[in-house]
Design a protein around this ligand. Structure first.
Ligand code: NAP
Length: 283
């Protein structure tokens, strides 16, 4: 039987620490860390994420602004808003909710955010800093995974780590963070040969695939740590991860559930990055 890594509890603990730090920050500096969240269009999932981010800001004592822009917003209008927020001393973090509507160019939008305010850590400057191991911000989801691993007392150094997925948001930065923690890291993707065999050798297996129940017991070594980043919606509306939990749980030593594992950590890490941005770059 695996130990279940309780992302909700760990997230609540970290948020309590951030609240405490924020209270100290405010009494010392006389202002609150500020986060601006921009959403373009009506995507219901994105609207839920933005609402949750606003609520998390309130919970930890941040100042927050949210911009809900019309679907028809032009590239220039969006860039002008980012320029204004880049110059606003009350705002320390800017987050543009992805995906953007198709007529907007995501790359140039993300490039426009000042790296000091890029609390998602998607700007190439911050991506490069992560690569060389000299960073202030970590991308929120992989940072959340590392916090879960660390707070569960799991040692990464010397372990065989396998990451399934190589996206810029999850797989690649995840692999880099495990490498920085001295894991021996393999990255798998849709063109990987012998995926099952590679995964079955992992001491720590991280799945960021986006396919329900993709990881079965035959892909998991006895006693492995299994981290499920996937969020998939089943036809009945229920959420499920990339890992077949009921099959894998008896084999693993630690496992994250979906929901309640990695998911709650992402926004918490966003709060952490905003506090870091305000602490380092706030006036
Ligand atoms: P993505 O951009 O679609 O990337 C998926 C990755 O999985 C790709 O690298 C792809 O390989 C690989 N893949 C797909 N099918 C595969 C197969 N049959 N065998 C091996 N590899 C395969 O997705 P993402 O943005 O990284 O997100 C991954 C999952 O994490 C999604 O379920 C997403 O909802 C979830 N997510 C959760 C959080 C959170 O807060 N918990 C945050 C972000 C994302 P190729 O590169 O070869 O195509």
């Amino acid at each position: 039987m695996a130990k279940i890594i309780d992302g909700k509890a760990i997230s609540a603990q970290i948020r309590a620490e951030i609240s405490e730090e924020t209270a100290k920050f405010k009494s010392k500096r006389g202002y609150a860390p500020g986060l601006a969240v921009i959403i373009v269009g009506q995507d219901p999932a994105s609207q839920v994420y933005v609402r949750n981010k606003k609520r998390a800001c309130e919970e930890v004592g941040f100042y927050s602004e949210s911009y809900e822009l019309d679907e028809a917003t032009t590239q220039n209008e969006l860039l002008a808003l980012i320029d204004r927020l880049n110059a606003d001393e009350n705002i320390h973090g800017i987050l543009v909710q992805l995906p953007l509507p198709k007529h907007l160019d995501e790359t140039s939008v993300l490039l426009r955010i000042k790296p000091e305010k890029d609390v998602d850590a998607f700007h190439p400057y911050n991506v490069g800093k992560i690569m060389i191991g000299d960073y202030n911000f970590l991308p929120c989801t992989p940072a959340g995974v590392m916090a879960l691993i660390k707070r569960s007392g799991i040692e990464v150094a010397g372990k065989d780590c396998v990451v399934i997925g190589r996206s810029n948001i999850v797989g690649k930065p995840m692999a880099m963070l495990l490498l920085h923690a001295n894991g021996t890291v393999t990255i798998c993707h849709s063109r990987t040969k012998n995926l099952k065999e590679i995964c079955a050798k992992a001491d720590i297996l991280v799945a960021g695939v986006g396919r329900a129940n993709f990881v079965g017991a035959d892909m998991v070594k006895e006693g492995a740590v299994v981290i499920d980043v996937g969020i998939n919606r089943l036809p009945d509306g229920k959420l499920c991860g990339d890992v077949n939990f009921s099959e894998v749980e008896p084999k693993a030593s630690y496992i994250t559930p979906v929901p309640g594992g990695v998911g709650p950590m992402t926004i918490t890490m966003l709060m952490q990055n905003t506090l870091t941005a305000a602490t380092i770059y706030g006036k």
